[in-house]
Design a protein around this ligand. Structure first.
Ligand code: PEP
Length: 250
């Protein structure tokens, strides 16, 4: 079995004190989860949340980072700053970064490589828009995001990469891809990884699903052969709901 990862993306929600409170509540509820668990608070919430979760089974992730280590980049946050806070993972290429802030595959690729260089786990988010799905281009879009996002990443480095397939039309909309539809894209992406790297690399690759995942639908999604976890927005903002996700098998 692949090493499932259940992750909460808190987006631009929670003040630093609310985030600390949420982290404390989650910690008590998910300490016996059978899976890897991760939370991604906003930058200003990271110090407090990292302190609460220090030494626990919960991985702390950032929601983004700069594509260079340091310098004159007003408003950006560096991998070195995140490492100093004991942040071990980073979401990269989330659809809100791609579509609201115009991040390109090339910029995302620079961030993926920088994260890997510093021993951080990048969660590379990919996924198609509704019009791309309706035009039959879902796979083509995801393949391009995979190829360009992973350009220059070696097979050895790939061990520390997670992919999150998030159809953009399912994020925050309440519309979930059916388990079969989601699994079909996950399977195609796994095949693509096999072509880009090797069958062994594809078999090991953790591919999360994201898009209105919640306690009511996680079991049917996780029952699919190629779905290895979830990247969860809305349903990760309450401790009991997130704990139900992290403990979905209990
Ligand atoms: C996300 O933020 O990546 C996400 C999938 O959000 P939601 O679960 O709210 O659809």
């Amino acid at each position: 079995m692949r090493n499932y990862l259940i992750a909460g993306n808190w987006k631009m929600n929670k003040t630093p004190s609310e985030a600390v409170q949420l982290a404390k509540e989650i910690l008590t509820l998910v300490k016996d989860s059978d899976y890897r668990v991760m939370v991604a608070p906003s930058f200003v919430c990271l110090p407090g949340v990292a302190e609460v979760l220090k030494g626990s089974n919960i991985i702390v992730a950032a929601q983004n980072m700069a594509g260079t280590e340091e310098g004159a980049f007003t408003g950006e946050t560096s991998v070195l700053m995140l490492k100093d806070l004991a942040v071990d993972a980073v979401l990269l290429g989330h659809s809100e970064r791609r579509h609201i802030y115009g991040e390109s595959n090339e910029q995302i690729n620079a961030k993926v490589k920088l994260a890997l260089k510093h021993g951080m786990m990048p969660v590379l988010c990919i996924g198609e828009l509704l019009e791309e799905r309706e035009a039959g281009k879902a796979e083509t879009v995801c393949f391009e995001q995979l190829e360009k996002g992973l350009a220059g990443v070696s097979e050895k480095e790939l061990d520390n990469v997670v992919i999150a397939y998030e159809p953009v039309w399912a994020i925050g909309t309440g519309k979930t891809a059916t388990p079969d539809d989601a699994d079909a894209i996950h399977a195609s992406c796994r095949k693509k990884i096999a072509e880009m790297y090797s069958a062994a690399a594809a078999e090991k690759m953790v591919i999360q699903y994201g898009g209105s995942m919640k306690p009511e639908n996680i079991k049917e999604l996780m029952a699919m052969e190629n779905i290895d976890g979830g990247l969860i927005g809305g349903a990760s903002l309450k401790a009991d709901s997130f704990a139900s996700l992290a403990n979905f098998n209990k």
